[in-house]
Write a protein that binds this ligand. Sequence first.
Ligand SMILES: [Zn+2]
Length: 414
Amino acid sequence: MKKFLKIVAIVIAVLIVSVLGYTYIAFNSYSPADPDVEINQTVQQYFHNSYIDNRNAFKVQANKIQTKFDSVQLFSRNVPSKIDNNLTIDFCYIPAQNKAEKLIIITSGTHGVEGYVGSAVQQMFMNEILTDEMLDDVGVLLVHSVNPFGFKYSRRVTENNVDFNRNCDTEQTLFSSENEGYGKLIGMLNPEGKVNSASLKNRFFMLVAINQLVRKSMASLRQAILQGQYEYPRGLYFGGTDFEPQIEILGAVFKEYATDYETVFNIDLHTGYGSRGEAHLFPNPIDDKKIKLGLENIFKGYEINWGDSDDFYIINGSFTDYIGKLLANKTYYPMVLEFGTLNSQSTVGSIKSIHNMVLENQGVQHGFKSAKDSLKIMHSFMEMYNPTSEKWRTKIMDDSEIMLRRAMKNYADL
Ligand SMILES: [Zn+2]
């Protein structure tokens, strides 16, 4: 009997060590494969290494557009900041060349650091996609860097640690939205003290997360984390206690430029969610059947994630929904285009993604234990939102070119 118990104990010990070893390796060496494509060098030119370089590149393309089409307007709006007086949202408006019926608004950098890829897509859009035919009754408003602070200082959030995509609404009641589930995850999401990437808790973060997953489902965990929260100003997915200045700035521009159009369509460009190298159409859930049908026509041949899978979650204060509320008298089509980087639909990918965000935010809020920690954490964070892989960039730029060209044509035909 004693011998038997000893064997059982050894088997259990081996199992525990194997599970720990497996999760340790799976998590710490996680690196999803690049798409299998041949590198297209010409699209690499749209990627730049800083907010300022991207802004300049956007203006270069916008200037070129000005020579191609009639009455193109370029303008900027300053976003106030405590530390930087050179943060702007830049606009390029190309009016419908014949008759103003439909407007498309393409926005980038709602989550600042995601602006690198969003800006690249906008530059390509201006340089390669727009034609006279498309612009007959469709006007285009390109909005470069909705959150310039986040873009310039490599954060998803604004200077006030606000997730702008949880801060948008026409009513202040947004800020009293409750999120009970979030409070229960506070220790996992917002640890305090200087961040040490080599600590046991960080090396075994996957177990910490799995522990939560065992108690709650993936769906309820996603919802609690991602819907936004209005209670913890230093925490992840903080939606603010008041509107960020961009609400007023953008609200005024959208109202003015949408005046002549009956129909408005927004594509808000994001990165970091979904399969690596894939473009995902991922709107906040929509009830209106007519709007859903319209979007299905615009993106004919593409799958739209309407929120009936396990990925489903609803966010409060979404930017694209805000544009619809602002322009309530118009037919409005909202769409979020996400470029996947870490296979966040898989368990390990989603845990890795959230861990990258936890570490970055902890570092900003409480400091890094060493320069090495800071470098390592910021490198993983940047790679999640702006992958340097030329294959990844090739794939998403080539796919977006085809998708946006089709969407423009279908939108014009709607
Ligand atoms: Zn985003």
